[in-house]
Design a protein around this ligand. Structure first.
Ligand SMILES: Cc1ncc(COP(=O)(O)O)c(C=O)c1O
Length: 161
């Protein structure tokens, strides 16, 4: 990647731009404080800190509820499962996924008895190619999972209804 991506983070922190590395991680003082707070609380399973996080996170996204999960995989799994149930999608209905992503994107589609349909990505963002995606839409397409890789935002102009 030749260009660095910048994002603006934080509600309570001073708004500042940060570079997102790939495969690197720097724990800030604040992160260390929070981890110590959790360790000192004597509770590392679901509890008050988790519930506070759910409230803060859902508030940041303008949502009434937020549910904390143990991993990205289980979050994706539950999200698709909920959509399938709410909208009454059939087994093996289609979910469009980028051809460049982590394997969890595909696993959770299979785990929900749905069919992943691969669409190539754009070389600039590594995100799903919107034009190709629209060509992949069929009568059985129910959802798209546009993965934002390496801190790059996928510009996903989706025309399907
Ligand atoms: C794009 C993407 N989706 C999902 C996951 C799965 O996250 P987790 O390892 O927390 O289950 C990863 C993990 O690297 C990922 O890169």
């Amino acid at each position: 990647m030749t260009e660095k991506t910048e994002i603006v983070v934080g509600k309570d922190e001073t708004l500042k731009k940060r570079h997102i590395g790939t495969g690197t991680f720097v724990a800030t003082e604040r992160m260390r404080e929070l981890i110590n707070e959790a360790l000192d609380s004597g509770r590392i399973a679901y509890g008050p800190l988790s519930q506070q996080f759910e409230r803060d996170f859902s508030g940041l996204h303008g949502c009434k509820y937020g549910i904390l999960s143990n991993s990205g995989t289980s979050s994706l799994h539950v999200a698709l499962q909920a959509l399938k149930e709410i909208h009454n999608w059939d087994d093996w209905d289609e979910v469009i996924v980028p051809s460049l992503t982590f394997v969890a994107t595909i696993n959770i589609v299979f785990h929900n008895r749905m069919k992943p349909v691969f669409v190539d990505v754009e070389p600039q963002t590594y995100g799903i190619d919107a034009a190709l995606m629209n060509l992949a839409v069929t009568e059985r397409t129910r959802a798209v999972i546009p993965v934002h890789l390496f801190g790059q935002i996928t510009i996903c102009n989706c025309f399907f209804r």
